[in-house]
Design a protein around this ligand. Structure first.
Ligand code: SF4
Length: 356
């Protein structure tokens, strides 16, 4: 697995094969038990997105908010499902701009100058659209920030005297996250923060693998293999959550299948929302070094530990010690570590571990 290059843009078959890959040591158990499906049958990773971010001229003023990173980099690995709530609910383009207004009965969506209330229209549309989205098999969603329809965090809500507080959610975005609490959802503005970007994309790929597992004819053995392959990923986010999930997997045979699927999904995805800090990554890296205790000579071990220390001190990016470890995993045939998706949880072309 480590070292595989992502295929070229447009090579759909190769892209799907790359996405469906599992660590070599996990192949026997995981592949046999459904984590990996026939390559050609592996579904694309479908991501919902606010249409204006793809360059569609759907904004109130007839413009767009084309996002180069999403289209040209992340877009290589996913299939977009575009949604513009304001156009799709019938408001047309161009249209009067809208904003959220705080009222006694909750937050309302009103046009800025004429004060037309579109709250009920948008609420009805959102209900219908999220029902449709349920069958779209999405693995993530990117929303346009600040929008009274699509914004997810700190959207302006205007009070009686026209003074805004950044306390709202867009009407459509609020319904989306309420309906799909485990779905990775992020705003495009926050994706310019490298830590939030890595966290979101890591969750997207993890959610895709989890959905592929539960879409297959899985059994408890397959879930154990999945959980084992994600051990170090989970440890980097939340050791407590890893322990909790481990206890769930240990009693899995006594839990009804649907309940097991729902509970594991909720807890697994919730664990990954915790940002993997440098301190936790350092703990995971040092844990991995332990596997080479008797296999590395003194100088190699010192070099490896020094690169981890440099990472901890912010002198080199995470990819540096990870690359060294991948090398030793291959050279020393460390089969347990080779099965850990932590070594490459997303395509290296996204360069998500290349920042300090
Ligand atoms: Fe449409 Fe949402 Fe973009 Fe506004 S922010 S133009 S509603 S997709």
């Amino acid at each position: 697995m480590a070292g595989d290059c992502a295929p070229r843009v447009g090579d759909t078959k190769a892209l799907r094969a790359w996405r469906s890959r599992v660590p070599p040591e996990a192949k026997t158990g995981v592949a046999a038990l459904g984590l990996r499906q026939q390559e050609d049958l592996t579904p694309a990773i479908r991501i919902g997105i606010s249409s204006c971010l793809l360059g569609e001229s759907v904004r109130f003023d007839g413009g767009h908010k084309r996002d180069v990173y999403l289209i040209e980099t992340f877009g290589r690995f996913v299939e977009w499902v575009r949604v513009c709530p304001e156009v799709e609910c019938g408001l047309g383009t161009p249209r009067e701009s809208m904003r959220l207004i705080g009222a006694r009965d909750g937050v309302r969506l009103l046009t800025g100058k004429t004060g037309i209330d579109h709250t009920d229209r948008m609420a009805r549309y959102s209900e219908r659209r999220v029902n449709e989205i349920a069958s779209e098999e999405l693995c993530g969603y990117v929303l346009k920030k600040d929008s009274p329809s699509c914004g997810l965090h700190r959207v302006r809500v205007y009070g009686a005297h026209g003074v805004p507080t950044k306390s709202g959610k867009g009407i459509f975005a609020a319904r989306l996250v309420e309906r799909f609490p485990s779905l990775p959802v992020e705003e495009e503005g926050r994706l310019s923060d490298p830590r939030l970007r890595e966290n979101f994309i890591e969750r997207v790929f993890a959610y895709s693998r989890l959905r592929n597992l539960f879409r297959s004819k899985w059994n408890v053995g397959a879930l154990v293999a999945f959980h084992t392959a994600h051990k170090l990923i989970l440890m980097a986010h939340s050791p407590n959550a890893y322990q909790r999930l481990g206890r769930l997997v240990a009693v899995a045979r006594g839990v009804p299948v649907k309940e097991l699927e729902r509970t594991y999904t909720e807890q697994f995805m919730d664990a990954l929302t915790t940002i993997a800090t440098a301190r936790r990554h350092t703990n995971v890296l040092q844990h991995m070094v332990g596997y080479f205790k008797d296999r590395l000579d003194r100088a190699s071990k010192a070099e490896l530990l020094a690169s981890i220390e440099d990472y901890r001190n912010g002198l080199v990016p995470l990819i540096v010690p990870i690359t060294l470890l991948r090398h030793y995993v291959r050279v020393h045939d460390a089969s347990y570590l080779a099965g850990q998706l932590y070594l490459e949880p997303h395509p290296k072309e996204l360069m998500l571990r290349n920042h300090v």
